[in-house]
Design a protein around this ligand. Structure first.
Ligand SMILES: Cc1ncc(C[n+]2csc(CCOP(=O)(O)OP(=O)(O)O)c2C)c(N)n1
Ligand SMILES: CC(=O)[C@@H](O)[C@H](O)COP(=O)(O)O
Ligand SMILES: [Mg+2]
Length: 643
């Protein structure tokens, strides 16, 4: 049946029996395909019936169906003409998120959560201004995404707007883990309100085997606390002025369709509260206690087990381990996560110090300013988030942390190119945007030993924000230093000692392994190379300025935006110091990168060893003739002040 579905219109003539059969086929397809490619299996298994109901009631693309975060749009793709999932999240294959290039049924490509309601408010307003009255605006938002502040900014406006927005709340009680906070409790009460007779003792969300009438998603199993008072029907949503329909069993197509038809007929903004189960229909996902297979790698579909159990250390695991040690030594160190405790490696710290870890929900802005509060309260907070998600908390970092000289440490995992999660997931902007934060210190460790060391150095700073950033995935062998000059580690040098050398190769963070290979290649061609790792890339270390004066060319290599990045800051510092040496920064271009693997993209943007070697040799052939034997030390202004 699935292959016969070419467009959503093909759904409209199906009987309920056919729809049930189609749901089963889709689930089998998702399990078989996503277990081969990896991807967001759990979230998509949870929206099979909901998606079919949406596309039977509304006419996409005429009616707009928006997916918040977008990781749960696989079923939407299957029924809008995209059924080749063989290269999901790979170059040339389907993106793991909606993509306008793939279909006119897609709109939001940004995988950052909590944005769909703002898009919907804007679209509704636009239809109002243009007097468009025959196109529905529908936004699907998860309970997790609803913990994001932007969602409430949008709700505030939608409630006051005069054009209807249909908000489909996909409430599976989880982000990765059970969704936290007052909202999760409120949604439980709303679910409980659905069935007043047997409001359950504080049990678990249906996703975790609790009763369907609704139980507290984030209770520990067996917690026999007081049953939540059922909320007034509609709860906070009706209090805001929105209509409320539900809670509805989001796995019952007929019931969901009926709720959606009612919502459409209302002619005003409404929340349709659908209760679903992440991982529904695949027992390994449903029974998975950590995240219900939120995002998986390649697994054996029969056993649900990963097919490759790589024992290699990951950057995240090194951070996780060091945090536990720090927690023992520093009782003032606390940790914050934005609904990603395990993915960022704070789960072990949470197990060891449950009272010193705070999951704030998908709320990075709140995390940053809450951390400023924690610092003002005498603690040293470590905010662990993915680098790309720091973008939305930049003002809080700048004004609530840096302006107040608060000792907050931001640990940015997935920094640099991540690749398969698409353009909005690359952690490529942090080292550029953070350059303008006065007093902020930015570390980019090159290996596990430096991650441990620099994390410790960071949490020792109590009067300024510190940032430690590292990429996704495995971390290689430690790269020892020959010596340390100032704060700069010299990793490799060849060519005449005491005299000028051809190139100072400044490696930023995890690019050290690549740069070591480049240095070796250049040396093999008889070029004089000094390879250094500045460790703390902001502020610029004065030792770099001294070293630069002894080389014909300064090259910086960073897995981050080239524009305004570390290389740009170094070039500016050299210029300010009157050190006249040609500079070249290699980094990620100012572009949204296509979906592809990290290694593929690094090569494509010129950050692979062969590419770098070729470019550096080309630059050296263009250098002006110099007095190569002179021992003239470069003038170095002693007026140099580095912010
Ligand atoms: C701003 C932001 N922070 C964190 C994430 C990482 N993330 C992706 S999906 C997800 C959980 C989303 O939960 P929910 O909205 O309930 O959707 P579900 O997966 O349950 O369908 C998170 C935290 C993100 N995409 N955007
Ligand atoms: C949708 C989202 O933001 C996350 O689930 C992301 O896909 C996780 O990426 P990692 O696989 O790098 O943890
Ligand atoms: Mg959820």
């Amino acid at each position: 049946m699935l292959t016969d579905v070419r467009t959503p219109r093909d759904l409209k003539k199906m009987t309920s029996a056919q729809l049930a059969e189609l749901s089963g086929e889709i689930r089998s397809f998702l399990v078989e395909s996503v277990s081969r490619t990896g991807g967001h299996l759990g979230p998509n298994l949870g929206v099979v019936e909901l998606t079919l109901a949406l596309h039977r009631v509304f006419d996409s693309p005429r009616d707009l169906i928006l997916w918040d975060t977008g990781h749960q749009a696989y079923v939407h793709k299957l029924i809008t003409g995209r059924q080749d999932f063989s290269r999901l999240r790979k170059r040339g294959g389907l993106s793991g998120y909606p993509s306008r290039a793939e279909s006119e049924c897609d709109l939001i490509e940004n995988s950052h959560a909590s944005t769909a309601l703002s898009y919907a408010d804007g679209l509704a307003k636009a239809f109002g201004v243009r007097r468009v009255t025959d196109r529905a605006v529908v936004a699907v938002v998860g309970d997790g995404a609803l913990t994001g502040g932007m969602a409430w900014e949008a709700l505030n406006n939608i409630a006051a707007g005069n054009r209807p927005v249909i908000i489909v709340l996909n409430d599976n009680g989880r982000s990765y883990a059970p969704t936290v906070g007052g909202l999760a409790e409120h949604l439980t009460a709303l679910r409980a309100g659905h069935d007043r007779e047997n409001v359950p003792r504080r049990g678990r969300h249906p996703a975790d085997g609790g009763s369907p009438a609704g139980a507290c998603a984030n209770d520990r199993p067996g917690d026999a606390g007081e049953a939540p008072e059922p909320a007034a029907p509609g709860g906070v949503f009706e209090s805001l002025g929105l209509a409320y329909i539900g809670p509805v069993d989001g796995h019952d197509i007929a019931a969901t369709e009926s709720a959606l038809h009612a919502a459409r007929a209302l002619g005003r903004s409404v929340v349709v509260h659908c209760v679903t189960r992440k991982g529904r229909g695949y027992r390994h996902a449903e029974n998975d206690s950590s995240d219900h297979f939120h995002g998986i790698g390649v697994i054996d579909a029969t056993t649900g087990k990963a097919t490759t159990t790589s024992m290699a250390r990951t950057w995240t695991s090194v951070f996780a381990e060091e945090m536990v040690h720090l927690g023992a030594e520093r009782p003032d160190v606390v940790a914050l996560s934005a609904a990603m405790l395990a993915p960022v490696g704070l789960d072990r710290f949470a197990d060891a110090y449950p009272d010193r870890v705070f999951d704030v929900g998908i709320a990075e802005q709140h995390a940053a300013t809450c951390a400023a509060g924690l610092a003002a309260g005498g603690l040293h907070p470590v905010v662990a988030i993915y680098a790309t998600f720091l973008n939305r908390a930049f003002d809080q970092l700048l004004m609530d942390v840096a302006l107040h000289r608060a000792g907050v440490t931001f640990v940015l995992d997935r920094a640099g190119i991540t690749g398969d999660d698409g353009p909005s997931h690359n952690g490529m902007w942090d080292m550029s945007v953070l350059q303008v934060a006065p007093g902020l210190r930015l570390a980019a460790p090159r290996d596990a030993a430096q991650l441990r060391a620099q994390l410790r150095e960071a949490v020792r700073v109590s009067d300024a924000p510190t940032v430690v950033r590292f990429p996704k995935g495995g971390v290689g062998a430690d790269i020892p230093a020959l010596e340390r000059i100032g704060g700069v580690d010299v990793l490799y040098r060849t060519g005449p000692s005491g005299g000028r050398r051809d190139v100072l190769l400044v490696s930023v963070g995890a690019m050290a392994a690549t740069c070591a290979e480049v240095a070796g290649r250049l040396a093999a061609r008889g070029l004089g190379v000094t390879l250094v790792d500045p460790r703390w890339v902001k502020p610029v270390d004065r030792a770099l300025l001294h070293l630069a004066g002894w080389h014909d060319l300064v090259v910086t290599v960073e897995d981050g935006a080239r524009a305004g990045g570390v290389g740009a800051a170094l070039a500016q510092a050299l210029c300010d110091a009157g050190v006249d040496v040609p500079c070249r920064a290699f980094g990620v271009p100012t572009a949204f990168l296509p979906v592809a693997g990290r290694a593929e993209l690094l090569e494509e943007v010129g950050l692979s060893a062969p590419g770098l070697e070729g470019e550096i040799r080309r630059l050296l052939t263009r250098r002006p003739a110099r007095d190569r034997g002179g021992s003239d030390r470069p003038p170095l202004s002693d007026r140099l002040v580095i912010s």
